[in-house]
Each structure stands twice: as C-alpha cells, then as structure tokens.
Ligand binder design. Structure first.
Ligand code: DGL
Length: 271
C-alpha cells in the first residue's frame, strides 16, 4: 500500500467548544459519506464565546493534538470563536502534520462572491471582537458595509433547547431589531450553533434578507481541498466517532438535534 493510499484512509477531525459544530459535521458527512469523522466537543470548557484568546488557543492546540493522535488527515475548526483566534496558531504549530480548515473563510467567500452591499454579522463576543469577518470581507469587497453584533445569548439559548418558541422569538427580535440591521442584503450566522435558528431569523426578516450559515459552504470547501490534495477516502469502513470532554445526558439529547441523527457521545479525558 502506498503512502498516498494510507493518507486517504485517515479520518477528518472536527472540533467545537460543544455540540454546535455538529451542524458542520453533519453537512460534511452528507457531502462526503465515504469519510470517517472524529468529532470532539469541548463541553468541559463551553462556551468559548467569552473566553480569552489565549485560553481558546490553548484548548484548540490540545484538542488538535488529540485528533492528530487519532490519525486525522484534516482538522476542521467547526467553531467560529476558535477559527477567529486560533486558526493561525494551529496551522503554524502543526505545520505539515494535517490540513486545517476554519469556518470563517468559506462564509466570507460566499458573501463576497455574491457581492452584497450591506452585510450583517452575528456571532459570539470573541468572534466579533477579533474583527475577522469585517476585515476579511472588506479586503475582498471594499464597497461592502459590514454591521457586526455580538449576540451572546443565542448559543446558550440554543444549547438549552430554546428555539422556535416565544423565548427565542423575543431574543431574536431584540438583537435583530437594531437600526443598523434594517437595510441588510445578507446576514452571516457566524456561529456554528445558529443554523438551528436560521428559519426563525429568515422569518424575522420576512425572507427578504439572505441568511448564510457555515454548514454547506464549509462542507464544500472541505471536499474541494481533499480533492485537490488527492486525499478523498474511497470508502468508509467504520462508524463515525463523537467525543465530548464532559458528558451529560442533556448534551447527548441536544447532540441528536444538532446532528439531525441518533448519535452516541463518548467521553475523552484530554484535560
Ligand atoms: N460554536 C461556537 C462558535 O461558533 C459558539 C459557542 C461558544 O461560545 O462556545 O463560535
């Protein structure tokens, strides 16, 4: 067996602060059913959205090491907060060991390729504070007006199962009712938890604003990159693995909703 064949059969590692990244994992699994996925949700440290950049970098390094030890050819940072502040560190630290994919660039590309004039971005405090979306959008599309807002209540609200109801409607109305958001052409859901409230957000804007999330766009860029690198797996031989750093029944229940299928969470004590 050649080295190339071996590398193709390696897994794709995917991680997030918790279970929000399962929305991305599910999109990857649908786009690439032959790939074996290893998911890691750092539920012991959730949420990342208000942690320091150093803490998020440290967690991301440790999790990536764990995934690389499980024989991964690629690591997808399925968390906007970690993608915003830890991507470069991971690429530099693990140079040559695996391909790294962040969730920011594919979403920026989708928005700038379309050429929207007024783009809103909602995300965690860390992601918004990093200015990564505004800077990358402006680099590619100077004419764009970018309106960014931290929406820290959304991720815990969704984790707790509050969506498609009075509570989520009221939180969404309060956040999106800001006057800067009155004239948007597109809104970027720059947090991997938000696909679960995408329909509510589209309805809030009366379907007049394009609402973009990082599920399919990330899955497509994972596919493109694996193809370019000749690393697409010809066949999946085992079930996907799902790890969390702190297990509770409630994570297990919510995980099924995020992934859209029955899954079994295992605990990995990496701390
Ligand atoms: N999934 C994380 C993200 O995309 C948000 C949740 C958290 O704050 O940990 O930024």
């Amino acid at each position: 067996m050649t080295e190339i064949t071996d590398a193709r059969n390696k897994s794709i590692g995917i991680f997030d602060s918790g279970i929000g990244g399962l929305t991305v994992a599910n999109a990857i699994q649908k786009a690439l059913p032959n790939e074996h996925l290893i998911y890691f949700g750092d539920t012991a440290h959730l949420p990342y959205g208000d942690k320091s950049e150093d803490a998020i970098r440290f967690y991301s390094l440790k999790i990536s090491k764990f995934l690389l030890d499980q024989n991964c050819k690629m690591i997808v940072i399925a968390c906007n907060s970690a993608s915003s502040v830890a991507y470069r560190t991971l690429v530099d630290f693990f140079e040559g060991k695996a391909l790294f994919v962040n969730v920011v660039d594919p979403l920026v590309k989708a928005a700038t390729d379309h050429g929207y004039d007024n783009i809103g971005v909602i995300a965690t405090k860390v992601t918004i504070r990093s200015n990564i979306y505004r800077d990358k959008i402006k680099q590619k599309l100077q004419k764009a007006n970018v309106y960014s807002m931290a929406t820290p209540l959304l991720a815990p609200m969704i984790e707790e199962g509050f969506y498609q109801g009075n509570i989520s409607h009221s939180v969404i109305d309060t956040y999106l009712g800001r006057k800067e958001f009155a004239d948007l052409d597109a809104l970027l859901l720059a947090c991997t938890h938000y696909p679960l409230i995408k329909k509510e957000i589209e309805a809030y804007f009366d379907h007049k604003v394009d609402v973009l999330d990082s599920t399919d766009v990330v899955a497509n860029s994972v596919k493109k990159l694996l193809k370019e690198e000749n690393l697409l797996s010809p066949k999946r031989t085992k079930k996907n693995d799902f790890f969390v750093s702190d297990y509770t029944q409630s994570f297990e229940d919510t995980a099924k909703v995020f992934y859209g299928e029955e899954i079994k969470l295992e605990t990995a004590n990496i701390w």
